[in-house]
Write a protein that binds this ligand. Structure first.
Ligand SMILES: Cc1ncc(COP(=O)(O)O)c(C=O)c1O
Length: 521
């Protein structure tokens, strides 16, 4: 690319450009290059005069090295999309990288206006333009005898909840209406139904709906305390790279988390290190099915059995995931906490959570604790809290649960495309030895220059997230641990980048992300 690129800018399309563009448009060669229809001066003047009143058009003049060299813009702006048009009128600037820069600048403008996609139409005969747009990440969507129609996603959200909701909108609206019309908003039939459906889905005898995923984990440990299975000061083994909630649930109950490094290959707790972390005070291992991947291994099951430890699953991120035995995560241990935070694979329209277990007593104590400590109206067995799942959330979750497996399959298709097409030695992709054991809540890649990569994607309209930027032991809330060292976990926190991911991502968006990643150096 020539050095001109750095001095290309877009400026308001004023009279200077109008005059220039009229000259340029009279040149038959330019028309050939750009598929701009020939227009009379009068028509162009009229069009220009009408522009300020239109919100379906945007047009800019292009300056290169301070010289007016062309015009570009977006036409037919509607519903998050628009059609790119542009031409370089000064032939001296052809083939010098101005076109690419013009396109990139227009995409930036499109993003500023909240547009998600740009399309364009190119004459087949115009090989120069086809080549240029291809290099700029435009994909051919169809063609007829004269034109190729291309498009490109210019703004890709990490995950659009609006679009995920749209996948099942009718059933969700029906569920909400049902609750609104029922006049019963707490502890009713919707909760009962969802708890039964979710227990059946996960494969446990019991499910207790609670207010959120953190509470689900808190109540499991608190119930074990009330049942005399655990004492304050006991230890719970937990992965060092988990989301803070897993650890908060332990410290909130006055127990001690014992952090264990993850395996850099799986990003899940390293089962080879668990046994060494066991002490006489260890009462449980909490595994976290992080990123939607099954963290359970036969070895972990054996360790818990052999040492008489409870196995608690944090299944906030892995609804629908199955271990190789076919059992679902959430049914592999003694008890599991689930979060229905809106962005989760099974997400509510607010907070929500659940505990699943085969242990009847545990389920009963959890239900009581989450209802002020009351199992009978106005009789209080424990100092509990108000931590219940709303009827409206339960109804929505029931509606969405029916589609969870198909939504997870869509997630797998996105993951497959990423895994098969991302090809950049600087980016390490997640390993997937068993497709059943992964529901891709998050698609994590590792990259030594993670922050540069994130900025590059952002500059190109792709939103990514980091799960998570600061490890729990470096957080202010656990200041006493800040000097501890967990190099594997710290590396993950330093290098992890979560690519755009949702069952609602379009093929165009996925391809755009892949193209950008493969071009990154
Ligand atoms: C691994 C993990 N555990 C627990 C939670 C807590 O769930 P909630 O946000 O519903 O309290 C989350 C939520 O983000 C999570 O990712």
């Amino acid at each position: 690319m020539s050095s001109n690129c750095s001095v290309v800018s877009l400026v308001p399309f004023d009279r200077t450009f109008l005059e220039r563009s009229f000259l340029w448009l009279n040149d038959p060669e330019i028309r050939f290059l750009t598929d701009t229809p020939a227009v009379t001066r009068e028509a162009q003047e009229a069009w220009f005069a009408g522009l300020p009143a239109r919100d379906d058009y945007a047009v800019w003049g292009v300056l290169a090295e301070g010289e007016p060299v062309g015009v570009c813009g977006i036409k037919h702006i509607n519903d998050g999309e628009g059609e790119y048009f542009g031409y370089i009128g000064e032939k001296a600037y052809w083939g010098r990288g101005v076109g690419r820069r013009m396109m990139a600048l227009t995409e930036g403008k499109a993003r500023e206006r909240g547009l998600r996609r740009l399309c364009l139409t190119v004459l087949h005969a115009n090989e120069r333009a086809l080549g240029l747009y291809g290099k700029c990440g435009y994909h051919s969507v169809r063609s007829d005898e004269k034109y190729t129609y291309m498009s490109k996603s210019v703004m890709i959200p990490y995950c659009s909840l609006k679009e995920i909701t749209a996948l099942h909108a009718d059933e969700i609206h029906e569920a909400v209406d049902r609750v609104v019309d029922s006049g019963w908003y707490l502890q009713g039939m919707e909760n009962k139904r969802f708890e039964q459906e979710y227990a059946d889905y996960i494969g446990t005898k019991y499910c207790v709906g609670v207010a959120n995923g953190l509470d689900a984990l808190i109540w499991i440990i608190r119930a074990y305390l009330e049942m005399g299975v655990m004492q304050k000061g006991d230890e719970v083994i937990v992965p060092a790279n988990t989301y803070i909630a897993s650890i908060l649930a332990i410290t909130e109950n006055g127990l001690t988390p014992v952090l264990v490094e993850p395996d850099i290959e799986t990003l899940e707790i390293d089962d080879r290190l668990i046994e060494d972390a066991i002490t006489p005070r260890t009462k449980a291992v909490m595994i976290v099915h992080l990123y939607g991947r099954c963290a359970y291994t036969d070895k972990i099951g054996d360790i818990c059995r052999n040492h008489g430890l409870k196995l608690i699953e944090d299944n906030a991120q892995a609804h629908g995931c199955r271990f190789k035995s076919g059992k679902r995560t959430g049914s592999l241990g003694d008890a599991a906490g689930h979060s229905f935070y809106p962005g989760k694979n099974l997400g509510a329209f607010g907070d929500g959570g659940a505990v699943t277990t085969d242990d009847e007593e545990l389920a009963k104590v959890v239900r009581t604790l989450a209802n002020y400590g009351s199992s009978k109206k106005y009789v209080f067995d424990y100092c509990g809290r108000n931590s219940r799942l709303d009827e409206i959330q339960a109804a929505i979750l029931s509606a969405k649960l029916k589609h969870l497996d198909e939504d997870n399959e869509l997630r797998r298709q996105v993951a497959r495309y990423y895994l098969e097409h991302i090809d950049n030695p600087a980016i390490t992709l997640p390993q997937v030895p068993d497709w059943n054991a992964n529901v891709f809540h998050i698609f994590p890649v590792l990259c030594e220059r993670r922050d540069d990569l994130q900025q590059y994607l952002k500059d190109n309209g792709v939103q990514t997230l980091i799960h998570y930027p600061i490890p729990p032991h470096k957080q202010k809330c656990y200041a006493d641990w800040n000097g501890w060292s967990f190099p594997v976990s710290e590396r993950i926190h330093r290098e992890e980048l979560s690519l755009p991911f949702s069952p609602a991502l379009t093929a165009d968006e996925i391809r755009t992300v892949v193209d950008l990643l493969n071009r990154w150096k």
